[in-house]
Design a protein around this ligand. Structure first.
Ligand SMILES: [Zn+2]
Length: 73
């Protein structure tokens, strides 16, 4: 897979990413498997990973303004 921004090679890696859960709350997911561009800061989250992210967001506490969750496949 090539980067849609610069055309560089995308490499598998893990990173920590914030996701907006609602207007008020943010969930930071740690150790998220992503494809990272080796050339710029672009990243891509694959569909199966995104599905798991949605489950994590559903399960996260909406009353908390900021939650930090470790990704577990
Ligand atoms: Zn790139």
């Amino acid at each position: 897979m090539r980067c849609r921004v610069c055309g560089g090679l995308m490499q598998r890696g893990v990173t920590d990413l914030p996701f907006k859960q609602s207007d008020r709350s943010i969930v930071v997911i740690k150790n998220l498997p992503v494809l990272l561009c080796e050339n710029c800061t672009e990243y891509s989250v694959e569909d199966p990973v995104m599905a798991t992210v949605e489950q994590i967001l559903d399960a996260a506490d909406e009353a908390a303004e900021l939650s930090v969750v470790k990704y577990a496949a």
